[in-house]
Design a binder for this molecule. Sequence first.
Ligand code: UDP
Ligand code: MG
Length: 153
Amino acid sequence: MTERTLVLVKPDGVQRQLTGRILARFEERGLKIVGLKLVKVDRDLAERHYAVHKGKPFFEGLVAFITSSPLVAIALEGPSAIGMVRTMVGATKPTEAAPGTIRGDLAVEMGQNLIHASDGAETAVAELALWFRADELVDYEREIDRWVIGPKG
Ligand code: UDP
Ligand code: MG
């Protein structure tokens, strides 16, 4: 099933000049970029994005980190995109992330693990609505999908 999911290249990824390489992994896989922007995150947006973690010991540090420098928000579309992107991102703790994953290849610390990705269907819908206005998510055809996805059924 075609799905849409939210990815954030967090401030460490932007500062380390890894945005292009991270984006390239998703493009190379065949996922379609349907939304893309650089965002300087305020506290309200940070708290809403990480609301599920409010009250946890790492919450304040997480909000401080995500608001410390711009991030890049990316909306991706493709077959089973939500789970596939989570698999490509790797485990939350980079020391436990498999080689070949973004965190497993490029990160070492949980607080600087480069990237966020929606963790399920409901989260993806809510997070896409939080980070993108409806008119910032773009529907378009790609010629290459004939080769990536196959003939339309
Ligand atoms: N995090 C942290 N310490 C923890 C747990 C999480 O710093 O003990 C940070 C980490 O950057 C992580 C984010 O909080 O990516 C959100 O945590 P979650 O468990 O949702 O991990 P994710 O979905 O990003 O893999
Ligand atoms: Mg999460």
